[in-house]
Design a protein around this ligand. Structure first.
Ligand code: ZN
Length: 102
């Protein structure tokens, strides 16, 4: 379901686009086909803000464990992703983040 939007500057047709924040989550916005003006609706803005809030909840401090570094994973996340003591996971590094794959 896409609502039709016209550009406030040039009355051109606006299309919904997707992009990614540096943290790696996607968000949507409208871009004018004509003048390339970009806007975020309140709904889109709330979606991004909500994702940021979710992420902030899980900030963790890096601590030292022997010669390695350790990250404490919050109980809630461990439960959600089925992480348990002594379980092996795979760390997948990419350009901006390290993903933990169960
Ligand atoms: Zn425009």
């Amino acid at each position: 379901m896409t609502k039709k939007r016209t550009c406030v500057r040039c009355k051109g047709k606006m299309i919904e686009k997707k992009d990614k924040t540096p943290e790696g989550f996607t968000y949507k916005y409208f871009s004018c086909k004509n003048c390339k003006d970009e806007i975020l609706t309140m709904k889109q803005l709330h979606e991004v803000a909500e994702k940021y809030r979710e992420m902030k909840k899980y900030r963790a401090k890096v601590s030292k464990w022997g010669t390695s570094l350790a990250l404490r994973i919050p109980k809630e996340l461990a439960k959600k992703y089925g992480l348990k003591k002594n379980k092996e996971v795979t760390l997948v590094p990419d350009k901006k983040a390290i993903r933990i794959v169960n």
